[in-house]
Each structure stands twice: as C-alpha cells, then as structure tokens.
Ligand binder design. Structure first.
Ligand code: ADP
Ligand code: MG
Length: 331
C-alpha cells in the first residue's frame, strides 16, 4: 500500500451532508474553510505519543476515538462548536487491521460531534498522532480562562478521577508482569471507559456561553487545571475536598488513591468552570439540558492560591505526603 492508497482507503471519505463552511477537504495542498460571519475560529492542537500518552498495544478504535475526543474537549472548554480537524500520523508500518480500527474509532467520534476530517499528513515513524481542530464561536463569546471573579462559584461536570484510577490499575498490572490491556479489562468497566473513551462536554460548553465566566477542560488534574484559571484571572479559590464528585468505584478506594486520582489524576476531560452566584439556576438547567451532572465544588476568592476545606470550613487535612501536582511532561 502506498501512502496515497493508505490515505484514500482509510481517511478520505466524501464530505457528509451540507458542509457550507468547508469549501475544500482532503485532496489539495490545503483545506479551505469559511467561518460564518460574526464568528471567531477556535483552533487547538493535541499530540498523542505511543508510550507517553497511551500504551502502544491499546485498542486502535479506542485510540482513534480518544485522539479526536481530547481535541474536542478543548473546543468544549472554549464554548466553541466543532467544524473540522486535520490528522498528522506517524506510523511504524501500514498495518491494515490497526488502521481500520483506528479510522473506525476516529470517525465514530467525528460523526457523533459533527466534525469533518479535512486534511493531514502521513509519514513513517514511531507511532504518534497529532490532531488540529477548528471550531467556531460567536465573536467575543468564547469561555476563556481569565474571566473568574471573586465570589463566583466553582463547578465541575461529571465525575473526576476514574481515568487516573484505570491508568494506575493498568500500571500496577504491568508491574506485575501482565499485559496492560488484558488486565485493565479484568476490573469494572467504568474507569476503563473513562480512560479509553472520554466524552468531550461539547453541548455543555455551548450551553455555558453567556453563563460561565471562565472554563477549562480537566486534562492534567483538577487542582492543576483550576490553577490555570486562577492564575489567568488573578484570583484564588476555596474548594470543599469532599464536594469534588467521584464515581462509586473511586469512592471505595482509600483516601490516598481517591484524592490523588480526583484532584491530580488527569485525563478526565470534564469541564471546570466558574459562574456568578446569580447564575446557579441557569448552570443547573444547562446540566439538565445536556444530561450532564454539574456539581458546585467551591468558590473564587480574592486571595491568591487554592485551598481545600472540610464540611465545617476548616482546613482539610489530606493524607500525609499526598501531592496534588498534576501531570507535567518536563517536571
Ligand atoms: P502535501 O504533500 O501537499 O503535504 P500530502 O501528499 O501529504 O500533501 O497529502 C495529500 C492530501 O491528503 C492532502 O490533502 C492532505 O491534507 C491529505 N492527507 C494526508 N494525510 C492525511 C491523513 N492522515 N488524514 C487525512 N488527510 C490526509
Ligand atoms: Mg504532506
């Protein structure tokens, strides 16, 4: 199979339905996109490298889904509507079974969130996947990181920590000498689903436009990612340590695992956002409209820094030695 046969067979498919914003997709030197009048283009890139972001023997369909889902999650965090994406692939070889599984998962996600593959690049090399995504948001209405104000509530969607729990379990299985994939499957499915098939909160992100004052998607741990909002907005926050929503599975773990996964785990792809107290009802309504749990976990303060309290408002004591630092490739 040549490079061009590979692209034609697995990635080039007719643009589906009416796509007024896409004047030219795969096939020329560039794609041609035309954002609607009055909208801004929201652009984001994420790279996934084998051995760093995923086990190289992971199910290729799950990988295809996740590669796009993590990019969509960035659009969700900006309140942007998905339009198109490009795919740069480095492949060790043209493994047809791998490619068809990968393309199936990728397009499943693309179709679910209405996002069209419009170009890319394909080379031989150590397995790596780089997607650039393009979305649209009405001018001036993007959910940014710098809009949180003292007195705002802090919210998070869904539950956090399950993906980190699944990763920790599969690492432990690896250390025990088993294959990562097979052992991960031996546990209950919730955490594995969260790790392998994250669902980007696109609809919630759109529903929060005009309600939330800031937003971020939780990819590197809730504490660290909320920290980016606090830094950009030059504010602090106080969270209830036990108000952070976790699954029943994670609840059953010891405190050490529970707090580490929930607050510093990463790979959650939930939205953490702030909104004025007066917007509590609209936030709850947005959650109901999009069948997404939303939980108020604390409040923004004028004092810089992130603090955790217990139900009585006293400083929360985490298990000794627990670090809430999220993921950092160069730390
Ligand atoms: P160029 O040499 O101009 O970079 P290529 O020969 O690399 O173009 O690619 C040919 C066409 O196929 C281009 O339209 C490009 O966007 C598209 N393409 C290449 N790889 C992929 C891929 N993995 N997924 C989608 N489209 C791709
Ligand atoms: Mg090229």
């Amino acid at each position: 199979m040549t490079e061009f046969e590979l692209i034609a067979r697995y990635f080039d498919r007719p643009v589906r339905g009416a796509r007024p914003g896409i004047r030219m997709g795969i096939g020329d030197d560039c794609a041609l996109l035309a954002p609607r009048a009055g909208y801004e283009l929201a652009v984001s890139t994420d790279m996934l490298v084998a051995g760093r972001h995923f086990f190289s023997d992971v199910d290729p369909a799950a990988l295809g889904w996740k590669a796009l889902a993590v990019n969509l999650s960035d659009l969700a965090a900006m309140g942007a509507e998905p339009r198109a994406f490009t795919l740069a692939l480095a492949l060790p070889d043209a493994d047809e079974e791998w490619l068809s599984g990968f393309a199936r998962g990728l397009f499943e996600c693309a179709d679910r969130f209405d996002c069209e593959l419009v170009g890319g690049d394909t080379t031989r090399g150590p397995l790596a996947i780089c997607i650039t995504i393009f979305g649209e948001v009405p001018e001036g209405r993007a959910l940014r990181r710098d809009g949180a104000r003292a007195g705002d509530d802090v919210w998070v969607s869904g539950e956090v920590g399950d993906a980190a729990l699944a990763l920790a379990r599969s690492r432990a299985a690896l250390d025990a000498g088993a294959s990562a994939g097979s052992n991960l499957r031996a546990f209950d499915d919730g955490p594995r689903e969260a790790l392998e098939r994250p669902v980007p909160r696109i609809a919630l992100g759109l529903g929060l436009r005009g309600i939330a004052t800031s937003a971020i998607d939780v990819s590197d741990g809730l504490a660290q990612d909320l920290g980016h909002i606090l830094a950009a907005s030059r504010v602090g926050a106080t969270l209830g340590a036990n108000r952070v929503p976790v699954s029943e599975t994670l609840e059953r773990e010891g405190d050490d695992v529970r707090y580490r996964c929930a607050l510093a785990g990463g790979d959650d792809y939930q939205l953490c956002f702030t909104a004025p107290r007066a917007q509590r009802d609209p936030v709850e309504q947005a959650g109901r409209n999009h069948a997404t749990r939303v939980t108020r976990i604390g409040a923004i303060d004028a004092d810089l820094g992130l603090r955790f309290v217990d139900a009585d408002g006293a400083d929360f004591r985490f298990p000794d030695g627990l670090s809430l630092h999220g993921f950092d490739h160069f730390a």
